[in-house]
Design a protein around this ligand. Structure first.
Ligand code: NAP
Length: 215
């Protein structure tokens, strides 16, 4: 399986890249600066098959693309890449935080970053929202098992199921959590987790869903 990560040089994208590479996936790290992506890929290439290049190049390499840039860069990045994303699955992991108040829920104009993404890329791209509750600190150490479920929502059921498989490759449980509109709830939970981290002096509060039959 091939995965491209736009903004894959960052904290979250790099962690995802190294874990997917270790699981045997082919990973394409994207950046605004191709050299930076090549450096990132080289730093984790020992774990598997990782290559780096421009964001545009990365998107061309895979039919599943993870968007991993700050919310402040979300709309502009997507608008620039939209033609290249046609016919692909876009996994939007963006949390629309408003620094410095990152422990307070603030809905963006389109109610959720993922809904805004779908409006920007159009119906020819299936947007899936996921990974909002997996902290980069957990992903950084590839030997560390992440004790967290990953809730996955999309209007495209096949794309949703595909991302649940990608979560399993990371060693976590992915759960289908309904249509893309549910990203409003998923994105809104991250400021709550950040508040819990601050309050209880942790770096890694996560979510675990109980009461489901074990898969
Ligand atoms: N960090 C976490 O624990 C965590 C957890 C769950 C979800 N998320 C979400 O994951 C996304 C990435 O988070 P992160 O912590 O990895 O962020 P980050 O390290 O601050 O940035 C990720 C990458 O985005 C690119 N970028 C930064 N500013 C940009 C701009 N103006 N235009 C285009 N690209 C830009 C940079 O890549 P280049 O400079 O190489 O282009 C950067 O390496 C965010 O939306 C965040 O809400 C993060």
């Amino acid at each position: 399986m091939k995965v491209a990560i736009v903004g894959g040089t960052g904290k979250e994208g790099r962690g995802l890249a190294q874990r997917w590479a270790r699981a045997g996936l082919e990973v394409f790290v994207g950046s605004r600066d191709a050299a930076r992506a090549e450096e990132t890929a080289a730093a984790i290439a020992g774990a598997g098959r990782v290559r780096g290049g421009s964001n545009e190049w990365a998107v061309e390499q895979a039919d599943l693309v993870v968007l991993s840039v700050p919310y402040s860069a979300h709309a502009a990045t997507l608008a620039a890449l939209a033609p290249r994303l046609a016919g692909k699955v876009l996994v939007d992991i963006t949390v629309p935080l408003v620094p410095p108040k990152v422990t307070r829920v603030t809905l963006p104009a389109g109610q959720a970053a993922a809904l805004e993404a779908q409006a920007i890329v159009g119906p020819g791209t299936s947007v899936v929202a996921a990974f909002h509750h997996v902290g980069a600190a957990h992903l950084a150490d590839a030997d560390h098992a992440v004790d967290c479920d990953v809730l996955v929502c999309s209007d495209d059921e096949a794309a949703r199921a595909r991302v649940v498989e990608l979560v399993a490759a990371l060693g976590m449980r992915g759960l289908e959590a309904g249509p893309l509109a549910n990203a409003i709830a998923l994105e809104s939970l991250t400021p709550v987790l950040l508040f819990l981290n601050r309050k209880y002096k942790s770096a890694g509060a996560g979510l675990r869903i109980t009461g489901l039959p074990s898969a």
